[in-house]
Design a protein around this ligand. Structure first.
Ligand SMILES: [Zn+2]
Length: 238
């Protein structure tokens, strides 16, 4: 009996793990969001979720500066409160800060009033600390339904997902990550990376492969004729 329960749990773990690693659940939430911009211009946007992190965000900023890339960082409100200097550094270096909620909880668990409070409070924290007013929202784990999308739109936000997932949180090799992106990249793609966290948490973890991937990615995509643009440039054309 005990053995069959353990066996069942192992099978379940493998199925869920495989789903997370090989499939991108964001495809279920794309309708009515910005996940890619249709354009004739070969350009991409880099986005980094779940930071700021005192350990990894500065290293990512250093790489982006070397490559002259302006990215978007979808920050978690309580990480901004915990590491205000890092959040300020992101803003000072010309990157855009997006709203990724305060507690990184899946939106389905909230009432509409709680969603509003969560987003508005995160907006307030980011504004107080960095001076940036957030205009773009990315739902934790990409889970959201039609009503939540409407609510976020009514609050004046654009919901931004992604079209190409680096899967950097499970990557052991930056070269294979860049190779995957290079084989699948299209004009106007929004690329997902993380500057904090690991499989089980939004804090800690190692983003070493993410850091290492940036210069190789810049070189590889530029050789293919792609430009790296800011979120404003991609979405609003400015
Ligand atoms: Zn996240």
């Amino acid at each position: 009996m005990v053995l069959s329960v353990i066996f069942g749990l192992v099978v379940l773990f493998i199925i869920i793990g495989g789903f997370c690693v090989f499939f991108d659940q964001a495809v279920f939430s794309r309708r009515g969001t910005i996940y890619r911009v249709k354009t004739d211009r070969p350009c991409v946007l880099l986005t980094f979720d779940d930071g700021p992190s005192p350990e990894w965000t500065p290293r990512i900023l250093e790489e982006l500066k070397k490559e002259n890339i302006k990215a978007a960082f979808f920050m978690i409100g309580h990480h901004v409160k915990k590491y205000p200097d890092i959040a300020r550094q992101v803003a000072a270096e010309g990157h855009t800060i997006g709203n990724h909620g305060f507690a990184h909880s899946v939106m389905f668990y909230y009432t509409m009033a709680e969603i509003e409070e969560e987003i508005k409070y995160t907006e307030h924290v980011i504004k107080e600390i960095t001076g940036q007013t957030t205009k773009y929202f990315r739902p934790p784990k990409a889970w959201m339904n039609k009503n939540i999308k409407e609510k976020i739109k009514d609050m004046g936000y654009k919901t931004v997902l992604w079209s190409l997932n680096s899967k950097d949180w499970v990557s052991f090799n930056h070269k294979s990550m860049v190779n995957y992106i290079s084989r699948h990249v299209r004009n106007g793609d929004i690329l997902l990376f993380h500057d904090s966290g690991n499989v089980s948490s939004t804090e800690g973890g190692t983003r070493r492969q993410t850091v290492k991937s940036i210069s190789l990615l810049a070189r590889t995509l530029r050789e293919k004729g792609f430009e790296f643009v800011s979120i404003e440039e991609l979405i609003n054309g400015d």
